[in-house]
Design a protein around this ligand. Structure first.
Ligand code: T46
Length: 130
C-alpha cells in the first residue's frame, strides 16, 4: 500500500509558526472540514472505509496512530506534527487509536457528509475489494 504524506508549506518564526493549506496543496477540492477532539485515550475511531470520499488527516495537536488496510496489506502511521497530513484515498479501511492527551484530528474532506458512502462492516469491505 502506498501511504501518501503531505508536507504543508510553513512559515517559521521565533514568535510562532504558520502552516498553510490551500486546495492546490492537496489532490482534491475541500468540501468539508471537521475535527475530532476531547478524545479519550482508549478510544478507537474510524472502523470503516469510504466508497468515494478522500480525506487528509492532520494531528493539529497531540498525536494518534492511524491503521490503514487495503484488504491485502496493513500499515500504521503515527501523526504528531501539525504541518504533515496523511492522505487516505477511497476504499481504504482506517482505524484511529492511541490518542494522546489533548489530541485534535483535523480532517479535510473531498465530499460533504453522506452515510451511504460508508462501509462500516469489515467483511463487506473485504468483499468489495474482490
Ligand atoms: C473518518 C474519521 C477520521 C456527521 O453527521 N457528519 C460528519 O461530517 C461526520 C464526520 C460524522 N457525522 C456523524 C455520523 C455518526 O453518527 O457523527 C457520528 C460519528 O461519526 P463516525 O462514527 O463516522 O466517526 P469516526 O470518528 O469514527 O469517523 C470520522 C469520519 O466519519 C470518518 O470518515 O475517516 O472520522
Amino acid at each position: 500500500m502506498n501511504v501518501v504524506m503531505i508536507n504543508f508549506p510553513k512559515i517559521e518564526n521565533i514568535l510562532g509558526n504558520i502552516a498553510v493549506i490551500e486546495n492546490e496543496t492537496i489532490r482534491f477540492e475541500i468540501k468539508r472540514v471537521y475535527y475530532l477532539y476531547d478524545i479519550p485515550s482508549s478510544s478507537i475511531r474510524g472502523g470503516h472505509s469510504h466508497k468515494k470520499l478522500q480525506q487528509v488527516l492532520i494531528a493539529i495537536s497531540g498525536s494518534f496512530d492511524v491503521v490503514l488496510k487495503d484488504g491485502k496489506t496493513e500499515k500504521k502511521v503515527t501523526l504528531n506534527k501539525p504541518d504533515i497530513g496523511l492522505l487516505i484515498e477511497n476504499n481504504i479501511w482506517r482505524e484511529l487509536e492511541n490518542f494522546s492527551s489533548g489530541a485534535v484530528c483535523l480532517v479535510l474532506a473531498s465530499e460533504v457528509y453522506d452515510e451511504n458512502d460508508y462501509l462500516r462492516n469489515y467483511n463487506e469491505f473485504l468483499k468489495s475489494k474482490k
